[in-house]
Design a protein around this ligand. Structure first.
Ligand SMILES: *Cc1c(COP(=O)(O)O)cnc(C)c1O
Length: 222
């Protein structure tokens, strides 16, 4: 068995056992974050039945999508520049990283032109770090209302990233805050948790965890 398949299966087992402990068996989706890793690695996981992959660069997404099977479900998780919206919408069916009202409007307009209907999540900067993109919690109501009023986008949930270095208490605070916001806004999907913090995210209600390096290995660039 290859390294990637072995790691994938370990992560899948760990996720399922966290989800069971949190009393939410089978309620957590593993998004395999394949950014920077070659299409061959994706093909390996595809061959054992995995279909959801996350990419954070538009051009890289387009390149991989062009050489891989069409039934892969691509999720875009990176900062989305306005001039890349079209490329991303041609391939991704889920966008986790809607981080401004302007981007939201543009995604809706271009999705309409391309006859696409992506699921979208609003990215929330819960930790308040200035280096992070995303809506401040107090801007969310307006963003949710706009998203619900626009054609060709289906708002399904919220996404956040915890700081790279955070204590257990900080992680719990960030993930439980996102959970509370999603509940207030009546949104179902919570995209939170990465290689280093997915157990805490699942404990606090994550429905999608985005795991890259714990499956594919260390990335040599961002
Ligand atoms: C790279 C990335 C991940 C995966 O990070 P790992 O630590 O490798 O699991 C998750 N979410 C986003 C937004 C990312 O850019």
């Amino acid at each position: 068995m290859s390294f990637v398949i072995k790691q994938y299966q370990e992560i899948l087992d760990a996720i399922n056992s966290c989800a069971e402990k949190a009393d939410r068996p089978n309620k957590v989706t593993l998004l395999a974050v394949s950014k920077t890793f070659p299409a061959e690695n994706i093909a390996e996981l595809y061959s054992i039945g995995h279909r959801c992959f996350g990419e954070s660069k538009a051009v890289e997404l387009a390149q991989k999508a062009s050489v891989l099977p069409p039934d892969i479900q691509w999720h875009f998780i990176g900062h989305l520049q306005s001039n890349k919206v079209k490329t991303v919408l041609e391939h991704a069916s889920v966008i986790h990283s809607i981080d401004s009202l302007k981007l939201l409007q543009r995604v809706s307009r271009i999705a309409n032109e391309l006859n696409r209907n992506p699921q979208i999540l609003l990215e929330v900067n819960v930790s308040g770090e200035s280096s992070k993109t995303g809506f401040a919690p107090e801007q969310l109501t307006e963003a949710v209302e706009l998203a619900k009023s626009l054609p060709n986008v289906q708002l399904t949930g919220l996404m956040t990233m915890a700081p790279e270095i955070a204590s257990e208490d900080e992680l719990t605070n960030i993930f439980s805050t996102l959970h509370r916001l999603a509940t207030q806004m009546d949104l179902k999907e919570l995209s939170m948790g990465m290689s280093g913090d997915y157990p805490q995210a699942i404990n606090n209600g994550a429905t999608i965890v985005r795991v890259g390096s714990a499956i594919f290995g260390t990335r040599s660039y961002l």
